[in-house]
Design a binder for this molecule. Structure first.
Ligand SMILES: Cc1cc2nc3c(=O)[nH]c(=O)nc-3n(C[C@H](O)[C@H](O)[C@H](O)COP(=O)(O)OP(=O)(O)OC[C@H]3O[C@@H](n4cnc5c(N)ncnc54)[C@H](O)[C@@H]3O)c2cc1C
Length: 429
């Protein structure tokens, strides 16, 4: 398992979460129809879906639910992918396949908010919309086109003019952009905790502190071995994302795990009203993305990546503060109080990948930093794949995981591309 260090700073979201959840480690041999490995949104939502379809489900989480990216995210619920709009999706998957996937992305935010409603999850859910301000005129044209494509596909999107964008962000310097009105933001850790409770209430048997160490084929199907127990199951779903270890080595090598950091300000009091007055979430069009949203106590929560990881706890909040104060010059200095990080699974084509083997092993991977809504929407697809729905009818076409060439080197040095991204961003303006 490619785990996040246990002594790393905890996300702010844990302190703001009003609900607790805990499950015991697996200490015996149990049987199930499906063993789900990984207790982030992907695993929890898939376990719920499978259980509601009548399967007997065990979920194994190496640490605590929400311990991976799910509890560490910025919490922006976004009903669009980072790179592909409908036209680009149709190019990759022409015909019915593309349309099914476009529908999945278009409906993904509804799936997330329906889960919140179904299990009455107390995660400060706001459905106030998402803004993507454009940092250059060229990007403004591109995202206006994207907004039109998604609107045509039935999503609540529209282009936003520069003056409107300025009023809604509380800062200028952007050339307009677009909005997705069905999106919003949540406390991402509280959502994971609530999903875990929801899963348990449906009859999913959850075990925390139970890393799957080995996956072997026995006479009755798969045997998933943990330090003190084992699960025998006909089918296994791996939802281990950027934390994937060697249970399926090709799966681990099919993604680049990228570390992304978060930082939060002190509660801003009155100044908070001048930033995002309608309480949307915002992330811009730069390759070295700038993004922010408010929490329920009026903190700004933002983040960034670093090319070199040394002294991240000091350098990253300083970088985020510089950027926030450049955008909002009325903010006082020394305003960053929280810092944490997480790991994102990136695919080379920036699309999610579904993998299925004839022996009952399935996985989906590749949130590419936009996994909150996507992970929830992928749950029925993973369940379909496990139930044997033919390839052609699945919303994402299953493939074999393709290891990235020189994965060892690429995964260690991927972040060194960041200065190039910054150069390209500056050239575009
Ligand atoms: C800093 C940061 C900010 C982000 N911000 C946003 C955002 O604002 N909006 C958005 O849409 N997306 C965002 N994302 C992406 C989003 O968080 C992820 O797409 C999503 O949480 C992925 O969920 P997951 O369940 O696939 O993976 P994870 O949440 O990473 O879950 C994988 C789990 O598998 C467990 N595991 C791994 N190996 C084993 C094993 N062998 N046995 C048992 N368990 C195992 C891990 O402990 C982990 O809990 C962000 C990500 C990061 C890191």
């Amino acid at each position: 398992m490619n785990s996040w260090p246990s002594d790393a700073p905890s996300p702010l979201w844990m302190a703001l979460c009003r609900e607790t959840f805990s499950a015991s480690p697996l200490t015996e041999a149990v049987e199930a129809d499906v063993a789900v490995v990984g207790g982030g949104y992907a695993g929890l939502a898939a376990a719920i879906e499978l259980r509601r379809r009548g399967h007997n489900v065990v979920l194994l989480e190496a640490a605590k639910v929400g311990y991976g990216a799910s509890g560490r995210a910025n919490g922006q619920v976004i009903g669009a992918l980072t790179r592909h709009g409908p036209a680009a999706i149709r190019k990759v998957w022409p015909g019915e396949r593309g349309e099914r996937f476009i529908n999945l992305v278009r409906g993904s935010v509804d799936v997330l908010y329906e889960l919140i409603d179904r299990y009455e999850i107390d995660c400060d859910a706001r459905r106030t919309g998402w803004l993507q301000p454009a940092h250059s005129p060229g990007r403004a044209r591109r995202v206006a086109d994207l907004a039109a494509q998604w609107a045509e596909a039935g999503a609540p999107t529209a282009a936003v003019a520069a003056t409107d964008m300025q009023a809604r962000l509380g800062t200028g310097g952007y050339y307009g952009g677009w909005e997705h009105r069905g999106s919003g933001h949540i406390n991402p850790y509280a959502f994971a905790v609530g999903l875990a409770r929801g899963a348990a209430s449906e009859g999913v048997r959850l075990y925390e502190g139970s890393p799957a160490l080995e996956l072997t084929r026995g006479s009755n199907g798969w045997v998933v071995t943990t330090p003190r127990g084992k699960v025998t199951a006909a089918k296994v779903a791996l939802t281990t994302a950027a934390h994937s270890g060697n249970l399926w080595p090709e799966l681990r090598r099919s993604v680049v795990p990228v570390t992304s950091y978060q930082a939060a300000t002190v509660p801003l009091g009155y100044a908070a009203h001048k930033i995002l007055p309608n309480d949307e979430a915002a992330s811009d069009t730069r390759m070295d993305l700038r993004y922010f949203r408010k929490d329920r106590e009026g903190r700004l929560v933002s983040g960034a990546a670093l090319a070199l990881q040394w002294a991240a706890a000091r350098r990253l909040p300083a970088l985020v503060e510089r950027r926030l104060r450049a955008a909002f010059p009325f903010l006082p200095p020394n305003l960053m109080t929280q810092f944490w990080g997480g790991r994102i699974a990136m695919t080379l084509d920036r699309l999610p990948h579904l993998h299925r083997r004839p022996d009952g092993l399935c996985a989906w991977i590749g949130c590419n930093g936009r996994g909150l809504a996507l992970a929830c929407a992928m749950a029925p697809v993973l369940a379909d794949a496990l139930e044997g729905v033919p390839d052609k009818q699945l919303a994402v076409q299953p493939t074999e995981p393709e290891p990235i060439p020189f994965h060892f080197v690429v995964s260690r040095f991927a972040r060194l591309i960041l200065p190039w991204y910054r150069f390209k961003d500056s050239r575009e303006v």
